[in-house]
Design a protein around this ligand. Structure first.
Ligand code: SF4
Length: 314
């Protein structure tokens, strides 16, 4: 099996929110403005608010061009991956570059904390869909759950989301991540709902820690509880947490299933055997021996969450 030669591209992988999504990873591992309790990329990494060219824009676009030339079938090209993509100061140039290369829509998955900055709003506005997060309706819960950079201010963060809504004609799909006992009581849900009404996203999507997280505090909420919370946030709020682990086969996943590719997937977040199989278009029987080898050599660990075994980097 051939080894993936891409440094900044990931997938396509099947995502509940975006279908078949080719990821563009434009900041180094865990480069973020926050340290969320539920982060799957590791805990207590240094925080930054510095926007700069973390990875070369030309190299990212050259890889995308090559991937398109090889034949790419994807529903979205998604700026996400190993941290907060709005920290890349040429995010807008990258999105413009994507648009020149392909008609596949561009999506940005962001924690939204930098949207108070006009240049970040301008960059994000070039995308077809922006998927920001809002997990707290008050400053104290924001600090506890999202552990933001000390210079970030909750009111300024919310104001940035509202301004972006006023300026942006594209789709905003707001994710709300619930952790048991942290943002799930009635008052906190009501506070989040109040802000959702103010921000006016096109979709509200509820998530929880269905995969293992690095902080034990980030306990998942049950599917039944999420069902009860959803209408309190928005009449059409949808649940995107993947409890079932049963996903449709990937329509087109051209990357081969060698161990390097699996390690690249796990560096981004823990995956189940099915996730890996779907992402690489391999059967569980093809993936299992590769995982066994990685487990035996200590390159990965396994962990069980909600009855499903997940694999992750130690
Ligand atoms: S915003 Fe995303 S990358 Fe940053 S700490 Fe939170 S979960 Fe991790």
């Amino acid at each position: 099996m051939a080894k993936s030669t891409y440094h900044y591209l990931f997938g396509p992988v099947r995502s509940r929110r975006l279908g078949q999504s080719l990821g563009l990873d434009i900041v180094p591992m865990k480069t973020c403005t926050q340290n969320c309790l539920y982060c799957q990329l590791g805990k207590d990494a240094p925080l930054t608010l510095e926007r700069k060219v973390y990875v070369p824009t030309d190299a990212v676009l050259a890889e995308l061009r090559q991937r398109l030339d090889e034949g790419l079938s994807a529903d979205y090209i998604t700026l996400s991956g190993s941290g907060e993509p709005t920290l890349h100061s040429e995010l807008g140039v990258i999105i413009d570059g994507i648009k020149k290369l392909t008609d596949i829509p561009a999506a940005v998955i962001t924690n939204g904390t930098l949207l108070y900055q006009p240049d970040v709003r301008r960059d994000c506005a070039r995308a077809d869909v922006v998927l920001p997060s809002l997990d707290a309706g008050d400053e104290a819960t924001f600090r506890r759950l999202n552990n933001p950079h000390p210079d970030l201010n909750f009111e300024v963060f919310i104001d940035g989301l509202c301004r972006f809504r006023d300026e942006y004609a594209g789709q905003i799909w707001l994710e709300v991540f619930f952790c048991r006992g942290i943002n799930t009581d009635e008052d906190r849900i009501r506070n989040i709902a109040r802000l959702v009404a103010k921000i006016r996203p096109d979709k509200v999507q509820l998530n929880t820690a269905a995969r293992p997280t690095t902080h034990a505090e980030a306990m998942p909420v049950s599917p039944q509880e999420l069902e009860q919370i959803a209408p309190k946030l928005h009449p059409q709020a949808e649940i995107i947490a993947d409890f079932s682990r049963h996903q449709a086969p990937a329509a087109s996943a051209n990357l081969t299933g060698n161990t390097e590719t699996i390690l690249a997937m796990l560096r981004r977040h823990p995956c189940s055997l099915e996730d890996i199989g779907v992402g690489l278009s391999l059967s569980p029987d093809q993936v299992r021996p590769l995982l066994d080898t990685l487990l035996k050599t200590g390159q990965i660990l396994s962990d069980t969450r909600s009855g499903t075994e997940f694999y992750k980097i130690p």
